[in-house]
Design a protein around this ligand. Sequence first.
Ligand SMILES: [Zn+2]
Length: 885
Amino acid sequence: MTRLTRWLAMAAVALALVVAAAGMTERVTQAQAQARITSPEQFFGFQMGADRKLVRWDKAVEYYKLLEKESGGKLKVVDMGPTEMGNPFLLVVITSPANQARLEELRQMNLTLSDPRGVPESEIRRIVAEGKVVICQTMSMHASEVGGINMAPELTYDLVARTDDEARRILDNVIFLEIPSFNPDGAIMIHDYYVKYLGTEYEGGPLPWLYNKYIGHDNNRDALTMNMKDSRYVGKLMFVDWKPQAYVDHHHMGSYGARIFVPPYAEPIRPLADPQVWREMQWYGGHIAYKEEEAGLSGVSNTSQYSGWGHFGFHWITPFHNIAGMLTESASVRIATPLYIDPSQLSGGARGLETYKEQMNFPNPWPGGWWTLRGVVERQKVSAWATLDLAARNRETVLWNAYLKASRQTERGAKGKPAAYAMSASQHDPLTLNKLVNALLAQGIEVLRSPKGFAAQDGMTYPPGSFYVQLAQPKMGLIRYLLGETHYMDNEHTRRQDGTPIRPYDMGQDVLAEYMGIRVDPLNEALTGDFVMVAAPVVPVGRVATKAPFGYVLDGRLNDSFRAVNLLWDKSVAVRRVNTAADGLRPGDWIVPAGSDAVVADVARLTGVDFNPLKAAMTKGAYDARRLRIGMYRRYRGGNMDEGWTRWLFEQWGFPFSEVYDAEILKGNLNAKYDVFIFADDSTSAITGEPGGGRGEGRGGAAFASVPNTTPPEYRSGIGSEGVNAIRDFVQKGGMLVTLGGATDFAITRLGLPVRNVVAGLDSKEFFCPGSTLRVRIDNTHPLAYGMPAEGLVLFHYSPAFDVVATDFNHRNDIVVRYADRNVERSGWLNGEKFIAGKTAMASVGLGQGRVVLIGFRTQNRAQTHGTYKFLFNALVSQPVSPSR
Ligand SMILES: [Zn+2]
C-alpha cells in the first residue's frame, strides 16, 4: 500500500464515517420528529373509531392546531370563519413545507390550468411540469355519518408523521385541502346527544332534531345557491379560490348492503360534463378499490347505488366544475355503537348491486357479524389516502387533463347551441336577477354586463345593465343546467323493464333561473359588444325620490319589497297596500307615508328597493296592511328540513315568528297568540305522530312491540287528534292555516276540506313528476298572489294537485294557481300531463271564520325558488277584506 493509497483508504473510511454519522443524525432527527408528533390515540385517549367513542369537534380543532405546531411546516390550519352556530369551520392544508412556502404561487398556477383561455401552450406545459395536484376532501357533512370526522385525525396524522416514500410522494406532489368537518354544529350535536344516552336503552338512536341550525341533511343540496355559511366556505374554496382536480365527500349509507361504496357512480350520468371527468372517477375509484383489497378490507362496491345524475350537491355539482367529484358511502353503525348483522340480513337490491354475491363491482362481499365504526374508519381512510396516492403518482397526467377538461369544455361551449344566454335587465323582479347573477358568480361562472345595452340576432334588444353569459368558458355544462331548459332522460337507465320510472336521486332538473322566476334567453350565436366583466357581487342600492309629498310607492313585484316593509314595520312605520289597480299602481304595491325619510334611506340602501314618489294622495284602493303573528310548527322525529329552510327564509326576509312545538298546540287557544300558522312540507303521520312518518323514528324496528323505541319519550312528537282539534278551532275562529307541499294532505284529510288530491294513488307508470318546473296560470288579483305575473313556473316535486270539490259553499274557496292546460312541463320529467293539466296548484279554502291555504308545489324549496316566494310571503301579511261575491 503506497502512502497515497493509504491516505485514500483513510479518507474513504473517514468519509464513510461522516456519511454514517450524517445518516444517523438524519435517522435520529426523523425519530425525534415522529416522537414529537402526537398521535390521535395519544391526544384523544382512544383509537379513532373505537367502540362507543366519538371525537368532539372542539377537541378536533385543538388537535389540528397541535399538529400544525408539530408537523414541521407540513400542515396549516385555516379558520374559515364561524358556522351558523358560531363554531369554527376549519380548512387544513397539507403538503410539503416547500409547497407550503409557495402556496399562493401554486394556487395561481392551478387557476391558470382550470381556465386556460388565452394562455400560450408553453406556459401550460411549464405549469404541468412544475405545478401540484390539488385535492379536496370533506368529512361528515351529514353529521350522523360520523366516519369522516373520526377518520380525519388519523389520516392527517399519517400524512404528517409517516416518512415512507408513499407519504413523501403525496406531500411533494399534492396540495391536500382537507375539511375535517363539513358540519361542525352537527358534529357537536351528535356527539353530545350520543354521549348523553350512552349506556341507556336509547344509546345509538337517531338525533330527534336536525343536525344543524336550519337544514339538516339538505346541506348537501345547498351547493346550488350556498345559502348556509358552511356551504359558502367550501364553495368559495372549490369553485373560486382553488378549483381542485378531484374532490371526495365522505358519507354513510344503510347498514345491510356493501360496507363501502366508492367511485365511480352507477347509471345514469348527467350529460354535458367533459367525458374525462367520468373517466377520472373510474380511475380514482379503481385505485381506491384496489388499495382497499390490498389492505384486506372486504365489502367494497363501486358502479352501484349512487347514480351519476344526482342533485347539485357538492360531490355532484363538481363534475361540471371540471373536478372529479366523488363520494364514498360507508355502511352505518349506530353512531359509534356496533351493530350485529346476521349474514342472512345482508342484501343487494340496489342500483347496480342487485344481489349480495361476488360480482365484478363487488368481488369480496363482507361476511356479516359485528360491524363497527372502526371498520368504517379503516375503509374511509384507505379511500382518502388512495385518492391522494393516485394523484401523487400521476401528477403530470392529472394536471395536463385539468387543462384538457377546461379547454375542451370551452371549445364545446364556443361551437354548441346555444352559444350564450342573455338576461335582460328588464324583468318582472329585477332585484332577483341580481341574486341569480350573484349565484352564478359564487359558482365561479364568468358573467358579463352591458353598460349600454345590446341587440341579439333575432331582433331582441336588451336595455343597459343587461347581463350576458357566454358558453365558451370552462364551466359550460354547469351554465347550461343553471340557466337552460333541462329535461331528465327517459330511457332504459331511468325506467325498469316494465316501464316503471326509477326515481331520480333528487330533482329532475336544477334550473336556477326557472326557480328564481328570471327570464333567460338562449342565443344561438355569441355576441361581441362592449361587455364588462362582473367582478364582484351585484349589490344594488335603492333610490329614494327627493320629492314625495304624498309618500312613496314600493313595487309589489319585488320580493325585496317584503324585506323593506318588514324593516319599516320594525321602525313602526305604517304601511298600506294597494288592492285595486289604478293610476299606475298594481295590487300588491306598497304605500309608505311621507315624512319617514331617515328610515327610508336606510331601508333603500339595505334592500335595493326604490322608493318612488306617489303621484297623488290615496283615498281608496289601498288598505292598512299589518304584520301577522306567525306560528311555525316544529317537531322532533329527526326534525323537518323544509321547516328549517322556512325558518331561515323568514329570518333573512325579516318576518318575526314563533316556533311552536306540540305542547303549545295541545294547550289550544292558538288565536290568542297567532294569526297565521304554518306547516312546512311534511307527511300527515309525522305531524300527528302516527306510526310510519318522519325520518329517524321507527328505524330499528319500532313497528315491532318487542323492539325498544330508541327515541326517549320527551322527543316522541305528534299532535294527535287533540292537536288536530286545536288547529281546527284556530281556523274556525278566524286564523289562517298555511300548509306547504305534503302537509296539504294533513289539512285536507284531518280538517275535512272539500278538496281532492288528483294524483294520489296513481301508479307511477301513469303519473310521475320528480322535481320539475311546471307552467302555471296565476290569479294575481288574489291577495295571496299579489305581485306575481299572470303566468309563471312552479317547482313540482312529487307534489299534490287539487280539485276543489263542488259544494253549496263554493264562494268561500279561491283557486289561486292552476297548472297550464297543455305543454305543462318546462323542465324536468313529467309523465302523465293529462292528470294535472288545468288542475289546481294552490287554493284558499274557507273553514269557519278562517281559511286554509294549500300550496301543493314547493313554493320556498331550499330557499332556491325565489320566483314563488311571494305566495308564502303574501300569507304572512294582513289581507284586504275580500270583496263579497
Ligand atoms: Zn350523507
